[in-house]
Design a binder for this molecule. Structure first.
Ligand code: AMP
Ligand code: GLY
Length: 425
């Protein structure tokens, strides 16, 4: 069968890599892909939001199964358009993807169904938001309602920062219409984890646990990024927290979406804050995490096509997920200056040497081919991913690979996975 992956980041490279291992897959397409994906799939230069062109591609190439990586095509209705055209696609419909596309929708849903999350208020004008902030004070979190490329949640330590966040979102309109409304949310403390589950609308099948590292610098300092590294399993998610998350968060959310007439099919990703043995929801995403997908896909022991088809056909109750009994970690190598402005077009060296190491796979994110050379083309450039018998061995292998790769200005965190170590002692 022929499959198409929509997207062009590290997450999509890991999906292409895994789908290529399915005995049923004869050819993988990826749109728009990147330089690393181009070596393993046929890449087609289509923007992820050009849904009509994606439908045309799937028809023309007789694609049997399409899998969507990023959130934007989901919230733009790619799944609805494919289904209308009679094409098989793995992902959330536009109505279901609202769980990522609108923070107001999600907070109201969680409140209505008593699903644990921080307290909040919604405002549609800056004056009322400011009045509320001066009552409640800081620390506090101000979030744009809509999608803002991961930059719409602003954690404010002082009242002044919170007022500035309201100004940025609602008056400067830094994120456009995404800032028509803001959520002002209780500041939660604890340790974050990513909890992903497949769902066919009824059955909820959890993936292995994982943890992201959002801030740019070691020790979780500096501004937030799309994610600078991830690992699996994440020992902060104890068996007890795993059960509580399934019973109080994942299953009730899938049921709530069904009750609201928005049945959820695809992969649901809860960003959790864990404290005192309990998890609360920070946010939901309607897709795999990036970089969480890279270590998760590496540990998944089984045919991803079979899982995706069971989701589409509502047969997830027949599926058992198996995981390799080891650990995996992904270290993101980024352009100098990211998450601020950065230069592109730097020649990357050492990719072959790093990729030749045992149990290492270098997933590409922002890369492109120029004059026969692989060059940087984005903020997050590579996801250097390794497996090991345990987290410490996986860390050692991933960082050995990173040390072989370089380009002008390359930066990466040196402490990915370190948070897991304290639980292992
Ligand atoms: P979000 O896009 O809502 O996940 O927010 C991005 C990041 O902001 C999260 O990964 C957290 O690090 C932080 N964050 C979001 N909401 C809160 C909250 N209520 N309390 C503390 N930190 C938060
Ligand atoms: N790793 C964070 C995200 O995918 O949103």
């Amino acid at each position: 069968m022929k499959v198409l992956v929509v997207g062009g980041g590290g997450r999509e490279h890991s999906l292409v890599w895994k789908l290529n291992q399915s005995p049923r897959v004869t050819k993988v397409f990826c749109a728009p892909g990147n330089a690393g994906i181009a070596a393993e799939a046929e890449v087609v230069p289509i923007e992820v939001t050009d849904i009509a062109a994606m439908v045309d591609l799937a028809r023309r190439e007789r694609i049997d199964l399409t899998c969507v990586g990023p959130e934007l095509p989901l919230t733009h209705g790619i799944v609805d358009a494919f289904e209308e055209a009679g094409l098989r696609i793995f992902g959330a419909t536009r109505a279901a993807a609202e769980i990522e596309g609108s923070k107001v929708f999600t907070k109201d849903l969680l409140a209505k169904y008593n699903i644990p999350t921080g307290t909040y208020r919604v405002f549609d004008n800056a004056r009322d938001a400011r009045a509320h902030l001066s009552e409640v004070g800081a620390p506090i979190v101000v979030k744009a309602d809509g999608l803002a490329a991961g930059k719409g949640a602003i954690v404010c330590q002082t009242l002044q920062e919170a007022e500035e966040a309201v100004r940025l979102i609602m008056e400067e309109r830094a994120f456009g219409a995404a800032g028509d409304r803001v959520v002002v949310e209780e500041f939660l403390t604890g340790e974050e984890a990513s909890f992903l589950a497949f769902s066919d609308g009824k059955t909820v099948l959890p993936l292995a646990t994982s943890q992201d590292h959002k801030p740019i610098f070691d020790g979780d300092r500096g501004p937030n990024t799309g994610g600078m590294g991830a690992y699996s399993p994440a020992p902060v998610v104890t068996d007890e927290i795993f059960r509580q998350t399934m019973d109080e968060i994942m299953i009730p959310t899938i049921r709530a979406m069904e009750s609201e007439g928005r049945p959820y099919k695809g992969v649901l990703y809860a960003g959790l804050m864990i404290k005192d043995g309990r998890a609360k929801v920070l946010e939901f995403n309607a897709r795999f995490g990036d970089p969480e997908a890279q270590p998760l896909v590496m540990r998944l022991d089984g045919d991803l096509v079979q899982i995706m088809e069971a989701v589409i056909d509502g047969r997830l109750d027949e599926v058992i997920l198996n995981w390799h009994d080891d650990a995996s970690i992904c270290v993101v190598m980024a352009s100098g200056g990211y998450p601020g402005s950065y230069e592109k077009g730097k020649v990357i060296s050492g990719l072959d040497e790093a990729g030749a190491l045992e149990d290492v796979k270098v997933f590409h994110a922002g890369t492109s081919l120029k004059d026969g050379k692989i060059v940087t083309a984005g903020g997050r450039v590579l996801g250097v991913t390794a497996r090991g018998r345990d987290i410490p061995q996986a860390i050692e292998r991933a960082y050995e690979a990173c040390s072989l790769i370089t380009w002008e200005g390359a930066q990466y965190r040196k402490d990915i996975g370190a948070k897991a170590i304290k639980f292992l002692k």
